[in-house]
Design a protein around this ligand. Structure first.
Ligand code: S3P
Length: 443
């Protein structure tokens, strides 16, 4: 997907960030919108779809399995579904690029269809653990052959009818939850997922929106989600809200660059996703919600973020799932805050697009931050608003969020900060640098 030669990116300190931007569509919701539309009977209309490489990998896979997915304008897509149970055998391997979400959710879909699909991906994705989805999908009857360590390339031989299971998530993962629920869609009877710690609930919301029979109940064991299989999904019109995980970079950038005043329009604020904004406020950030509304069944608002001095944080590990993708940029904020931040219970960061604890520790050290790496997190000595030393090149390790985090760091640094390769940013946020520049940033 990417050009093989790295394209470095350098960010330097300039004036305040000022202006209004709108972030692109939510990545998680975009994947699900394409998948469920491809399983509905009839034509669904999607607006605000994120057109990053990860989501385009999902679109290509749905086409390879028989759906029609066509773009009619920026973010505007029409999808003709094949009906639940109607996915066709793909002719070739499904190239998932860098996208763990595409891989794990599509493995779920394939598992309960009588088709076989091979999943391949880039170097980052090929190192990520798939055992967490292989285990429940195998219990449902799928036959999965993975590379050593339960990684890609792997082959899923689906089965129809699959066996409904009750599965308690051993890790707090919306991808695992969604893989089981999506497999349950074409499985007779009731598939049950129990999540001891709540994770993003976009799958549940959208399945219900498409007419699936789904219930959610709180029990002593956690959230119990029951899905009745072999449903007929009705086509929908879906407006995808802006991605809070993309907005996070701008919320932190405006908070740390003196004099900044930025409005980020159309930010999805589903409570299972909005943990970073809640934490930044506790750190003293000025984040004002304006025009709160509902878009595509999800809470949305415009956020006005102004520069303030931040204080250190000590987030509750139970809040980690609601900000799981935002930790890299939180570390940037914490490194500029006053006081010592101790951030633990985030060992899941080690199996993201890169090992985000080790990668961030190396990058932060290189730009002058004092910190300690823990097995499940890190301790960061805040610089009390003193700019990063900078003057370093950061290894982003094929990880879009590492690259964007250090671009933000460069906006408040004594010397420029270079990221070794900007190309991975296109997986989730193709116009990130354009938007940052439109606010006055030098990058
Ligand atoms: C996602 C779930 C999270 C998140 C990822 C998107 C999803 O992964 O990190 O970017 O869309 O379900 P995990 O389920 O591995 O926590």
């Amino acid at each position: 997907m990417h050009d093989a030669s790295p394209q470095p990116l350098t960010a330097t300190t300039g004036g305040p960030l000022r202006g209004t931007i709108a972030v692109p569509g939510d990545k998680s919701i975009s994947h699900r919108a394409l998948m469920l539309s491809a399983l509905a009977v009839g034509t669904s209309h999607i607006t605000g779809l994120l057109e990053g490489e990860d989501v385009l990998a999902t679109a290509a896979a749905m086409r390879a399995m028989g759906a029609r997915a066509e773009r009619s304008g920026p973010g505007e897509w029409q999808v003709d579904g094949v009906g639940v149970g109607g996915l066709l055998q793909p002719a070739g391997a499904l190239d998932m690029g860098n996208s763990g979400t595409s891989t794990r959710l599509l493995m779920g879909l394939v598992a309960s269809h009588a088709i076989t699909a091979t999943f391949t991906g880039d170097a980052s994705l090929s190192g990520r653990p798939m055992g967490r989805v292989i285990a429940p999908l195998s219990q449902m009857g799928a036959d999965i052959t993975a590379s050593p360590g339960g990684t890609l390339p792997l082959m899923v031989r689906g089965i129809a009818p699959a066996v409904p299971i009750t599965y308690t998530l051993p890790v707090a993962s919306a991808q695992v939850k969604s893989a089981v629920l999506l497999a349950g869609l074409n499985t007779p009877g009731v598939t049950t997922v129990i999540e001891p710690v709540a994770t993003r609930d976009h799958s549940e919301r959208m399945l219900a929106g498409f007419g699936a029979e789904l219930s959610v109940e709180q029990s002593d064991a956690g959230r119990v989600i029951r899905l009745t299989g072999q449903a007929e999904l009705r086509p929908q019109s879906i407006a995808v809200p802006g991605d809070p995980s993309s907005a996070a970079f701008f919320a932190v950038a405006a908070s740390i660059v003196p004099g900044s005043d930025v409005v980020i329009r159309n930010v999805g604020l589903n409570p299972t996703r909005a943990g970073l904004f809640r934490l930044l406020r506790r750190m003293g950030a000025s984040i004002e919600e304006m025009d709160a509304r509902i878009v595509g069944g999800e809470p949305v608002a415009d956020l006005r973020v102004r520069h303030t001095d931040l204080i250190a944080c000590d987030p509750d590990p139970a809040d980690a799932p609601s900000m799981i993708d935002e930790f890299p940029v939180l570390f940037i904020a914490a490194a500029l805050a006053t006081g010592t931040s101790r951030i633990t219970g985030i060992e899941e960061l080690r199996v993201k697009e890169s090992d985000r604890i080790t990668t961030m520790v190396a990058g932060l050290r290189a730009i002058g931050v004092t910190l300690e790496e823990l097995p499940d997190g890190l301790v960061i000595e805040g610089r009390g608003g003193e700019p990063f030393a900078g003057g370093a090149t950061i290894a982003s390790r094929l990880d879009h969020r590492i690259a964007m985090s250090f671009a933000v760091a460069g906006l408040h640094a004594g010397r420029p900060i270079t990221v070794d390769d900007r190309a991975p940013i296109a997986t989730s946020f193709p116009n990130f640098l354009d938007l940052l520049r439109s606010l006055g940033a030098s990058c």
